[in-house]
Write a protein that binds this ligand. Sequence first.
Ligand SMILES: NC(=O)C1=CN([C@@H]2O[C@H](COP(=O)(O)OP(=O)(O)OC[C@H]3O[C@@H](n4cnc5c(N)ncnc54)[C@H](OP(=O)(O)O)[C@@H]3O)[C@@H](O)[C@H]2O)C=CC1
Ligand SMILES: CC[C@](O)(C(C)=O)C(=O)O
Ligand SMILES: [Mg+2]
Ligand SMILES: [Mg+2]
Length: 349
Amino acid sequence: MTDDELNTEVYYDDDADRSKIDDKTVAVIGYGSQGHAHAQNLADSGVDVVVGLRESSSSRAAAEEDGLRVETPVDAASEADIVSVLVPDTVQPAVFEDIKGELDEGDTLQFAHGFNIHYNQIRPPEDVDVTMVAPKSPGHLVRRNYEADQGTPGLIAVYQDVSGEAKEESLAYSHAIGCTRAGVIETTFQEEVETDLFGEQVVLCGGVTSLVKQGFETLVDAGYSPEMAYFECLNELKLIVDLMYEDGLGGMWDSVSDTAEYGGLTRGDRVVDDHARENMEEILEEVQNGTFAREWIAENQAGRPSYTQLKDREENHHVEQVGAPLRDLFAWGDEEGEEEEAAEAPADD
Ligand SMILES: NC(=O)C1=CN([C@@H]2O[C@H](COP(=O)(O)OP(=O)(O)OC[C@H]3O[C@@H](n4cnc5c(N)ncnc54)[C@H](OP(=O)(O)O)[C@@H]3O)[C@@H](O)[C@H]2O)C=CC1
Ligand SMILES: CC[C@](O)(C(C)=O)C(=O)O
Ligand SMILES: [Mg+2]
Ligand SMILES: [Mg+2]
């Protein structure tokens, strides 16, 4: 398929005008999954970066060790032309209240996910650009891909364009973090929020972990060894998804046996059936009408009681107890573990 056959325009390196960012200062607020990747990629691309972290932040040492200048969020925002808000969605409204006084006319307030703008938790001043550059990937891979001279696909969106250059600046920022190497699509804050929340709940994070757990439990409850069940339902999933990633569903079907293909084609829809589809539609509606957003905001205001309980249950699931020692035995286990620990920035919880 050529670019002409695509339904939407995809922007690559040549479409970005780096002069829109090269003489600007970017404040990256937060140094977690996305923050460390954006800050390091921008800096390696020659952009002036200052990281904004609170004095007590556990991420300060990591950012400084990575050679970045660190100030408080207020001081970083004060000297920046572009303020990239990369703290957790739930703390963004409070952080925004602290830094909003530092946004000068014509500055850019930028996000990697549109939750707080779309659900009106942040009301930006009218005289700044409001944009989004959202890599479609976990942050650690945004950094890893950049270092490997590869890219990460991303989205850009413009919510407010005071300067008349918001889109061009977003593309230049996408270039500097490596997204235009892989391709960038323009969207709206609404579309990004609704598809991102739906995708992570139904397929990528929620759906797939439930599928793994139910498959694992079914085998173990039927008397099969947990190790067998782990390899079958979790470990091999990565290898199957890698094939889909490289060459679509067809690439995967071509690689597995005819027996697997026939069994999968006849049985898959019995598992993820019409009932599952109805549930997907219901979940999408909760995203669209704000039910999920209200629930998540209230959950945070209450100190995250359900989140804490569910997280604890997940961490103690049998598949996790079986998997950890097995992964330690993998030949590459130590090396990868060390690399990830080094790259790992502190999480919000
Ligand atoms: N995770 C991902 O890969 C993706 C995330 N996004 C979006 O990117 C944004 C950032 O998410 P993510 O990278 O996961 O965030 P993280 O949870 O990884 O962010 C943690 C960072 O935020 C800082 N932080 C936490 N609370 C505060 C606070 N109150 N004041 C100042 N700094 C604080 C932490 O520092 P401290 O040590 O001070 O706590 C740490 O540096 C979100 O909008 C998210 O939806 C988009 C695409 C993918
Ligand atoms: C899939 C989860 C995600 O949307 C992401 C990595 O893209 C997130 O919010 O972390
Ligand atoms: Mg998300
Ligand atoms: Mg996402």
